[in-house]
Ligand binder design. Structure first.
Ligand SMILES: [Zn+2]
Ligand SMILES: [Zn+2]
Length: 448
């Protein structure tokens, strides 16, 4: 039996539209089910009330362009703030694990935010990770994403961070949004091997996903020895989910939770709001609390064909071999406009499905064998020519990378439309905008 924290933030007044799959009543049936089953009366369950994250906490993880005031972030800051409340309870020993049943979700929101994508604007888990590191001194954190969609935003935020292991299990990106998440995406040059993407074939069921977990995810976690494991607990692998094509059951999710033993689970997607979410959430919560979840059985039966384990086994083994064989192939060079040292350049594009545009990204990271390296990202939103920049002094930065970050921040002011400067070890964010000047977001800023 474990003391398990639970926190509901259903965001009943926030949605992307009445008929949108990410809508207000997503957590309604779950709440009813948990009340009906008397889960909240179990002696080991402790319920917490939601709260808003300070904007600084969000901006330490993500740059919001053209400026934070440009977006309505309130619901997102409460979803993020609620995960921080459970994180605090865990760090202070008030609970042994916890489940943040919050929306809106966050795992598609990346290092730069130009709007909503994949129903996400702020990344709840990323904000939580930086908070836990800054406030409680945790060094190594693992995030395991069991949502059916590739957790591309979380991957983006930690791609250059050697202290965060990110593992995403998801339906193959060639068959589902956001179209990424392949074995070649192994991490940035200073964090090579800290990103593991495991694309699964459509139709994968309980046995298949558990096989991938046992054969690949758990051994990798054991080798990393994280201080904390966070589970991005998306539920759209369920056999009734309308957006995806997988075959996982509520009890399958219970097994995943039992084996993974996350310290904190944070709700991500899941759009079968009557037929899946109440059952999956119940199974996850029972597994976290050390209770029997074998009686959690959905009213509906699976109708999709399931990929047999005899096909999943060789597929996973081959994928793992491919992952081990992918070679790092970075081109380092000194650049006249950048501070001293060598930089790797990684161009990319990011599709915003909600509004329908491509963000152009020009990512750079400073070569360093002592820390994650200064990160410099330039972002453009076509068809406009405006340029925005993110400069990040990483968690546990070495003195050279910290200095490089400050030099870059000063150099970029006046050359961009806006610059966000994340001093992660200093727990401070500085923001400069062409018409607003400099604003400093300190640790004590209570509200946006
Ligand atoms: Zn999803
Ligand atoms: Zn460094």
């Amino acid at each position: 039996m474990k003391n398990t924290g639970i926190l509901f933030f259903p965001a009943f007044d926030w949605s992307l539209g009445e008929t949108h799959p990410e809508r207000e009543e997503r957590l309604l049936y779950t709440q009813e089910q948990l009340f009906e089953e008397g889960i909240l009366d179990l002696p080991q369950i402790k319920q917490f009330a939601p709260g808003m994250a300070p904007l600084t906490k969000a901006l330490l993880a993500q740059a919001v362009f053209p400026s934070p005031e440009h977006h309505d972030l309130d619901a997102h800051l409460i979803a993020a703030g609620s995960t921080l409340i459970l994180g605090d309870a865990l760090a202070k020993g008030q609970i042994q694990n916890g489940f943040a049943l919050v929306r809106p979700p966050g795992h598609h929101a990346g290092a730069t935010v130009l709007g909503n994508r994949g129903f996400c604007t702020l990344n709840n888990e990323a904000i939580l990770v930086n908070h836990l590191r800054a406030e409680y001194g945790y060094q190594r954190i693992a995030i395991v994403d069991t949502d059916v969609h590739h957790g591309d935003g979380t991957q983006d935020i930690f791609y250059h961070d050697p202290n965060v292991l990110f593992i995403s299990l998801h339906q193959d990106g060639r068959t589902l949004y956001p179209g990424s998440g392949f074995v070649e995406e192994k991490g940035g040059p200073n964090a090579w091997g800290m990103n593991v993407d495991i694309p699964l074939p459509p139709g994968t069921g309980d046995e298949g996903i558990l096989y991938a977990l046992e054969e690949w995810v758990l051994p990798r976690l054991q080798a990393f020895k994280p201080d904390i494991v966070i589970n991005s607990a998306g539920q759209d692998n369920h056999f009734t989910d309308p957006l995806a094509s997988m075959n996982v059951s509520a009890r399958g999710y219970g097994r995943i939770t039992e084996r993974l033993k996350p310290d904190l689970a944070v709700l991500e997607g899941g759009y079968s709001i009557e037929d899946a979410l109440p059952y999956v959430n119940l199974a996850i919560l029972l597994a976290l609390a050390g209770e029997d979840y074998s009686g959690v059985v959905e009213a509906k039966r699976p109708t999709r064909p399931e990929v047999p384990l005899s096909q999943i086994k060789p597929y996973i083994q081959e994928l793992k071999r491919e992952y081990d064989q992918v070679q790092a192939n970075w081109l380092w060079r000194a650049e006249a406009s950048l501070p001293g040292g060598y930089w790797a350049y990684i161009p990319r594009t990011i599709y915003y499905d909600t509004e329908g545009f491509q963000e152009m990204r020009y990512d750079r990271v400073r070569q360093c064998s002592h820390c994650g390296g200064t990160v410099y990202i330039e972002s453009r939103r076509p068809p406009f020519h405006t340029r925005h920049a993110l400069v990040r002094v990483p968690f546990a930065a070495c003195p050279e990378c910290r200095q490089a970050g400050y030099d870059l921040w000063e150099y970029l002011i006046g050359r961009m439309e806006s610059v966000t400067f994340q001093d992660q070890p200093g727990n401070v964010v500085q923001f400069w905008h062409i018409s607003k000047g400099v604003k400093v977001f300190g640790p004590s800023d209570p509200r946006p």
